[in-house]
Design a protein around this ligand. Sequence first.
Ligand SMILES: [Zn+2]
Ligand SMILES: [Zn+2]
Length: 188
Amino acid sequence: MPEINLKCSCGKVRGKTKNVNESSGTRIMCCCDDCQSFAQYLEQESSVLDQYGGTDIFQMPISYIKITEGMKQISSVRLSAKGMYRWYTECCNTPIGNSMGSGVPFIGIIHNFMDNTSSRDEELGRNRGHIHEKFARQEVPTDLKGSSLRIIIRSLSKLIVWKIKGLNKPSVFFDDNGKPIAEPNVLN
Ligand SMILES: [Zn+2]
Ligand SMILES: [Zn+2]
């Protein structure tokens, strides 16, 4: 199981994951409108989204992420007052990932922040398919569609195990009082 290097596109923000592989998390292509809006907000649609408007995401425990350089560049946005925290780097608008509040041991790391483009399938397995495809920008071929139900069951059962193991801490994104390290810009 490899550690995966994390890096924004300009290289100011760097980090590492713990040793992970396919079974440590869930790799999906999320076509939902919120993930598309996030890419749009960062003006990174062409580097984040595939032709269907899908974002390649690896859901994993938030405590498995370590940032070694450039902490000050990390910023966040919420698409609505109760929306997910969407983390990105201010230096070059690289999306980092999506998380819930500090009590939830989960982050969906976006492919752009993982320095593993050429070894991604080998390290994290092939993605489990496109979900929320009703928001897709073009018809998703049947063989690329994921079973939303199967993926939700997998994600939830992992989340329960991570919660029991207390993998919401330590978190680089929230302090000990559960406050986000960067106050999110809340959009309407
Ligand atoms: Zn950067
Ligand atoms: Zn999404």
